[in-house]
Design a binder for this molecule. Structure first.
Ligand code: OXD
Ligand code: MN
Length: 597
């Protein structure tokens, strides 16, 4: 053991879990590079990891084809009472779920090592951070957690000092009998997978999956589902938001937190290289923001994570050059394709397709294959501190003061490039009606999925109470509250082409937001909020036709009227639980659109 553990609660929990899961060995993690190197070397020797000749200190893993993504249908929130988790979560009674899962955990680590990972979400010692310990039987998970969280002796020292910690229990659910040969990616069948949260006692039990958010428990499980429930109780915010710092040509700093549903470009915006000279962006986080009201009355945000667990397909020098530089070395790749010269490849990368590769399932692949070479949810895991655009304040324990909230989704029609909310309550309505299309190929507005605040799959309590919490935070922050905007980079013209070039040009919408704060930029009042006119945006150096810009910024009340029944249907599932203030916002939108309330 690399350190003494004197915390009684931790020792008792570890003893109980050891007795239940019956591992062959125990390994207390110290978070050092030596530990990482040792575990990686073991996984290479076992044939689980492939060292990449072209990327120094980088490794490729291939998961079991049945274990490739978060499984929302197997994700549960257990409480005493169903109403507390609401209609958008899978509810199970706490005692019942514990009984089911205890039976699964019995002997589940036979023949395996049980790792104990003490970790901190956020800088150790920050008033916004939380400590936790993850138990796992996967060395792949340990190495990923080294990158994604702050792991090590500092955390143990704080726990020994009596600081509380969150218990996170994980097993891949694949015990080994004596003499049984292991597989490269052990996991359990889908019906035995459980990603369970116990917000009433702040614990997480995950069983059967080794992939991503199912297994790296700091991320969605603690970082969002548990943290959102704790934040509601304690009066702060845990959001599915990137955090960035924008610096204008005069050196003035603005801090932005932005929520988009998964696969709508959060990582790209977090690392944006502005196309407008003089403006600079620094990255603080790409997925989660924890925010508390600080002494100055403003909302201060930290990124609780220490790394990026990003979607690889679509990442390129065109979409995200900063990220491409970041993942050139020291990266764990999962379910990407392997090229003949020892590099990784995925669909949407710059340049030609390789003539031959090994696909994510380990089979020969060439461009004639119908199936993609990399899985659609292939990932990279890379340390934030190595990001070329990382903000010098990204680990500031006080966080950064947030000036701007942005919401957005992928909509090929209806929604203009950028809209400003009339006020906080209207901004909550904009957040509550975030919607996205499943694919960019859809031209009309059918098939949209509501994902309020982009947190629907990650909210650990009743979404209707979450909406109320947003109003309560506005009441607390008053004039110090962030200004709220809504963006849509994905609007298309009638002929199906993109109206907006996106990527580095998205800075122009962000510049308008800063100029609105300064009272320097104009806007026209529309039924859905304030929308810039062409003259209000800085479009210098951008070649875009006048027709495209006016279509991009247009708000058609008739088209918006057709949105109302969809919103009403979405809200109706919350019944009487829906806050009256949200209902009022919908009624006000209807009357602005000249609809009967
Ligand atoms: C993620 C997600 O993995 O949102 O970040 O799905
Ligand atoms: Mn996410």
């Amino acid at each position: 053991m690399p350190y003494q553990v004197t915390n009684k609660k931790l020792n008792e929990w570890v003893n109980d879990i050891t007795e239940l899961c019956q591992p062959e060995k125990l390994h207390w993690c110290d978070g050092t590079q030596d530990e990482y190197n040792l575990l990686m070397a073991q996984m290479v020797a076992e044939g689980r990891a492939i060292p990449l000749k072209k990327c120094p200190n980088s490794f490729l893993f291939r998961s079991d084809p049945s274990d490739v993504a978060r499984v929302e249908s197997r994700t549960f929130i257990a409480t005493k009472n169903r109403e507390s988790v609401g209609p958008t979560n899978n509810w199970v009674d706490t005692d019942e779920l514990k009984q089911t899962m205890t039976a699964l955990y019995a002997g589940c680590m036979k023949g395996r090592t049980m790792y104990l990972i003490p970790f901190s979400m956020g800088p150790v010692g920050s008033p916004i951070s939380k400590l936790a310990v993850q138990i796992t039987d996967s060395s792949y998970v340990v190495c990923n957690m080294h990158i994604m969280a702050r792991v090590g002796t500092e955390v143990v020292a704080a726990i020994n000092n009596g600081e509380d910690f969150i218990e996170c229990l994980h097993s891949v659910g694949a015990p080994l009998q004596k003499g049984q040969k292991d597989v490269p990616w052990p996991c359990a069948p889908i019906e035995k997978k459980y990603i369970s949260h116990f917000p009433e006692e702040n614990s997480i039990w995950s069983f059967g999956s080794g992939y991503g958010g199912n297994a790296l428990l700091g991320k969605k499980c603690l970082g969002l589902r548990l943290a959102s429930a704790i934040a509601k109780r304690e009066g702060w915010m845990a959001e599915h938001m990137l955090i960035l710092r924008l610096i204008n040509p005069q050196g003035k700093k603005y801090h932005v937190a932005a929520a988009f549903p998964s696969a709508c470009g959060k990582t790209n915006l977090a690392m944006i290289q502005p196309a407008v000279p003089g403006w600079k962006v620094e990255c603080i986080g790409d997925d989660i923001a924890w925010m508390k009201v600080a002494q100055d009355g403003k909302l201060h945000a930290i990124n609780p994570e220490a790394g990026f667990f990003g979607v690889a397909p679509g990442t390129s020098y065109k979409s995200n050059p900063v990220c491409m530089e970041l993942i050139k070395e020291g990266t764990i790749f999962t379910n990407c394709a392997l090229t003949d010269d020892g590099d990784v490849w995925w669909e949407g990368m710059d340049g030609e397709k390789p003539l031959h590769a090994i696909d994510w399932k380990g089979n020969n692949w060439n461009p004639a294959h119908k199936e993609p070479a990399a899985h659609g949810n292939a990932r990279f895991t890379a340390a934030a501190k190595r990001c070329p655009a990382i903000c010098p304040d990204w680990e500031n324990p006080q966080g950064v003061p947030i000036d701007i909230f942005i919401f957005g989704g992928r909509r090929s029609a209806v929604v203009p490039l950028v809209t400003e909310a009339f006020n906080w309550d209207h901004g909550v309505f904009l957040g509550a009606t975030v919607a996205s299309e499943p694919t960019a190929a859809v031209l009309d507005n059918v098939g949209i999925r509501y994902d309020p605040f982009a947190i629907l799959p990650f909210c650990g309590y009743n979404m209707a109470d979450y909406f109320q919490h947003q109003f309560d935070m506005g009441d607390k922050l008053k004039s110090k509250a962030p200004r709220i905007f809504y963006v849509n980079w994905f609007r298309k013209s009638q002929d199906g082409g993109w109206l907006w070039p996106g990527f580095g040009e998205n800075i122009r919408a962000l510049i308008w937001m800063c100029e609105r704060i300064e009272g320097r930029a104009g806007a026209k009042q529309t039924p859905i909020g304030y929308v810039p006119e062409e003259k209000d945006l800085d479009l210098t150096g951008l070649s875009i036709t006048q027709a495209k810009i006016s279509e991009l910024l247009s708000v058609d009340p008739e088209v918006w009227k057709a949105e109302i029944p969809k919103m009403e249907k979405f809200f109706s599932q919350f019944g009487d639980h829906l806050p009256a203030r949200l209902r009022k916002q919908l009624d006000e939108l209807k009357s602005r659109l000249s609809l009967n309330v």
